[in-house]
Design a binder for this molecule. Structure first.
Ligand code: SF4
Length: 210
């Protein structure tokens, strides 16, 4: 099934009106939807889903994301937080950790270059590195996740990990993860800026000519 919620003008899923569901519609997928009530009853899922809904409502249009993360972590009873950050965002990581600590959390910060592995180790040639350096150190998101796993963090926060490195962090983190900021080196870490400009200034970059 090729689902196209993004193009659906009916949106009978919200507000709920099942007379307005699209012909090809994930809401109609009984095989998936039929098993979800049970999944949301699992204690951790229930707790996460309920607290996410509470944070959404309490902070709606009022709280910035860092305040929502604090609210969510408090509601979930998390005490020990892992902040997985990009070395290029060290100042932001330091300040974020200070804020979280000011709200009573214990915060572990681990940067992306921990471990000091060379990119050559995953088959990257000197010419394929950012700075044409045979000894360029690679990002090590598995290391970030495994350090937090070993230290038993309750909740992990991503701050500016690269595309794909974040995927590995999600894959290996045992604790639940949220993203504080997504990296976009060109837009000051505001990836949607490219989307807002996609009809005009960025059009040629984003829509390949056929
Ligand atoms: S779930 Fe169905 S009704 Fe809702 S937006 Fe997607 S296609 Fe449309």
């Amino acid at each position: 099934m090729i689902y196209k919620c993004a193009n659906c003008g009916l949106a009978g899923c919200y507000p709920k009106d099942f007379t307005r569901l699209a012909e090809i519609c994930p809401t109609k997928d009984e095989e998936v939807q039929g098993s979800l009530a049970e999944k949301y009853e699992e204690p951790e899922n229930h707790m996460l889903a309920k607290n996410a809904a509470l944070v959404e409502a309490e902070g709606y249009g009022q709280q910035t994301r860092i305040l929502e993360i604090i609210n969510f972590a408090n509601k979930c009873g998390y005490k020990k937080l892992g902040l997985a950050f990009c070395l290029g965002l060290r100042y932001e990581a330091m300040q974020t950790a200070k804020i979280l600590e000011a709200h009573g959390f214990e915060v572990l910060t681990v940067n992306c270059k921990n471990g000091g592995f060379y990119k050559a180790g995953v088959g990257i040639a000197k010419e394929q590195t950012v700075f044409n350096d045979a000894e360029e150190v690679m990002c090590n998101p598995i290391g970030q996740a495994e350090i937090f796993n070993k230290e038993k963090t309750d909740f992990n926060i991503i701050l500016g990990l690269c595309v794909g490195h974040d995927s590995l962090f999600f894959k290996y983190s045992k604790a639940p993860v949220t993203v504080f900021a997504a990296k976009d080196r060109v837009t000051g870490h505001n990836p949607l800026a490219a989307i807002y400009l996609s009809k005009i200034y960025y059009k040629d970059k984003l829509f390949p000519k056929k």
